[in-house]
Design a protein around this ligand. Structure first.
Ligand SMILES: C[S@@+](CC[C@H](N)C(=O)[O-])C[C@H]1O[C@@H](n2cnc3c(N)ncnc32)[C@H](O)[C@@H]1O
Ligand SMILES: [Zn+2]
Length: 294
């Protein structure tokens, strides 16, 4: 386990300070959480959580898809958003980090940052722990009070994951920023020809801005769209890694139009919104650089 910054973590049971003892996190009242062999720490003891995280099949699909590089433009956009606003961040929290793909990018660009990955899925955190050995992965449910001290997080990433706005605002440092990625209508829409998809509400980004608006301003909103040419196996991975696949089997076989001589490829739209929410004092808020600002 790497050295965790002092005063960063708090006990999920009693909210006292959590400190490191070898490969465990302990508080003064004796609550103790041992690191798993794979490096992450499960803080969800007892009843666990009623929220299902991504299962192993979804996580494998996500890893395969991300490894193809089709979301690299999104990762680059997230990294540059962080670099524009908080290049000096001491602590970056990825809430709903999955396998740590975006957090890895942020840390590569800012090696002095301490990364924290939170996710309720153990299969996802196993991958994240391997990918980001210099940080800490915590199995935790975003809907509960976060196991982080108040004002301790400089950058909070939230990529296609649930948002607990009150808790995000509590852990955010006074000049911190929140970077949120959401899909827009039409995202992956062409995959409907091979399996079930959830529809994306049109006003998602507005809802995000509104949910933080009592405390943070929307410093940037960028839309990133591109068309991906996906071979069949990646089209299926893109479906399986999404929430609609949780309770359904994605159909096997070829999608319409594929022939044996002509390996089928689907043209699939990627449509994202990337928002940066900051305190009013963030001077970059008026100078978002290049890109599509709305
Ligand atoms: C669509 S995936 C996105 C993962 C990652 N941000 C990415 O884009 O690669 C959503 C993630 O949120 C996690 N998740 C869902 N509900 C959660 C909760 N209540 N608490 C913590 N994590 C949760 C899932 O396990 C999953 O890893
Ligand atoms: Zn405790």
């Amino acid at each position: 386990m790497p050295a965790i910054p002092a005063s960063l973590l708090r006990c999920p049971v009693c909210t006292g300070a959590l400190s490191q003892q070898d490969r465990a996190l302990v508080c003064d009242r004796g609550h103790r959480f041992d690191a798993a062999r794979q490096g992450y720490v499960n803080l969800l003891t007892g009843r666990g959580s009623s929220f299902e995280g991504d299962d192993a099949r979804m996580v494998d699909a996500r890893e395969e898809f991300l490894a193809s590089g089709h979301y690299a433009p999104l990762r680059d956009a997230v990294v540059s958003a962080v670099q524009r606003h908080r290049p000096d961040a001491s602590v970056v929290l990825d809430a709903g980090a999955g396998t740590g793909y975006y957090l890895r990018g942020v840390v590569d660009a800012a090696p002095d940052t301490f990364p924290v990955a939170i996710d309720v899925s153990k299969p996802a955190l196993r991958r994240a722990a391997r990918r980001i050995p210099e940080g800490i992965g915590l199995v935790w449910d975003i809907w509960r009070p976060l196991p982080l001290t108040t004002g301790s997080v400089d950058v909070l990433l939230n990529v296609f994951a649930p948002r607990n706005t009150d808790e995000f605002l509590r852990v955010l440092s006074p000049d911190g920023c929140v970077v949120v990625v959401t899909p827009r209508p039409g995202h992956l829409a062409e995959l409907a020809s091979i399996g079930p998809l959830l529809s994306v509400p049109a006003q998602k980004a507005d809802d995000v801005a509104a949910s933080f608006s009592a405390t943070l301003i929307e410093a940037e909103r960028r839309e990133l769209d591109h068309v991906m040419h996906l071979p069949e196996h990646l089209a299926r991975s893109a479906l399986v890694m999404g929430p609609a696949a949780r309770h359904s089997a994605v159909a096997g076989g070829r999608h319409p139009g594929g022939t044996d001589d002509d390996p089928p490829e689907l043209e699939v739209s990627a449509r994202f919104t990337i928002q940066v929410l900051t305190t009013a004092g963030d001077t970059k808020a008026d100078n978002p650089g290049d890109g599509t600002e709305v």
